[in-house]
Write a protein that binds this ligand. Sequence first.
Ligand code: SF4
Ligand code: SF4
Length: 389
Amino acid sequence: MLYNTLGKTNLKVSRLGFGTMRLPTKGSNDQIVEEEATEMLTYGIENGINLIDTAYPYHNATLSGSGNSERFLGNFLSENNYRDDIILSTKSPSWAVEKEEDFNRFLDEQLEKLQTDYIDIYLLHSLTVPDWTKVRDLNVLDFLDDCLSSGKVKHVGFSSHIEVDYLIEILDEYPKWEVALTQMNYLDEYYQSGIMGLNYLKELNVGSMIMEPLRGGRLVNNIPEEVKAWWEIAEVKRTPVEWAFQYLWNRDDVDCVLSGMSSMEQVKDNVRIASTEDIINEYDQEIIREVAREYRNSSNGNDCTRCGYCMPCPEGVDIINCLTEYNIAQMMRDPKASAMQYFSLIDEDSRADSCIQCEKCIPFCTQMLNIPEELQKVYEYFGSEFDHF
Ligand code: SF4
Ligand code: SF4
């Protein structure tokens, strides 16, 4: 296993972190197959993974509420005496906080589920702009100060899918941020906070953890023939998983890549790749750029460039992200994973089905898109309820 320093935390973290949101399940998402998950985590730890990441809602039957990932992990760490050997990261459910006392209520519940009296890395989970405004007004920064001084939490940070301007705004408001978890892979260099966000984290020496390195498995499943052809002409032969991980680990602004692993086969493969030095040279970078281009060209989506000129919609429709998530779904050809992203990232009132077809946005579109028609396609594709488990 190879290790990096996680920014100003000075923690030496394995460059592969074990995400526990996609553990093997039977029946429904809250039914973790514990024996198999135990073997996977044990193999990972015994082979050098020292950072395990979870969150309050992971492995719930729905997208929010208290999940079973933390509970399972607490039992696993306690029964196997691993707590002091690993860096434990979990997340405060920012969206569920309604009053100031809720921050401590959730943290205490999480400490109990995890059977520990401290969290190494505590992240405000999936901060959106409205959630950030809400928790800031509920004095979340005082809460984080208290967590640090009481020792219940060693390092604080946040996870987010927001655009770079908002990421910078949040980073600039609190000098004690030590870690940020953002989405990154070779398709997302200019999506969400992307490369510019990672550059800013590095400038501040805030540790960078990466989510969606394989886009929920979409960079390695149902690969278009055009993409396969590019991988085949590369001088160094790599599997799609190797390309995706080594692209990230060759970046000097990436400290730890989280992977939500679902099988022992994935754990073994990812550990092997994370333990191998592999230089991505300029020629390889060109291949990766071509692959990204092929993914985009093979899409049947719309031509939205995310310029934002059509916003705000008077009905509150998040036009940009509705069209973007549809494009991603078309490009990756994985309706289930795309739907999870669509329903978790976009608030209920801002989804495509809230469009009343008033057409007020059409004159503003820089790409001449008939936006309500495009939104209708989004609605027909995703529907109005998340029922893709
Ligand atoms: S057509 Fe739909 S998206 Fe456009 S302004 Fe009207 S409600 Fe909003
Ligand atoms: S104006 Fe058109 S291209 Fe720009 S974000 Fe809106 S829909 Fe997309």
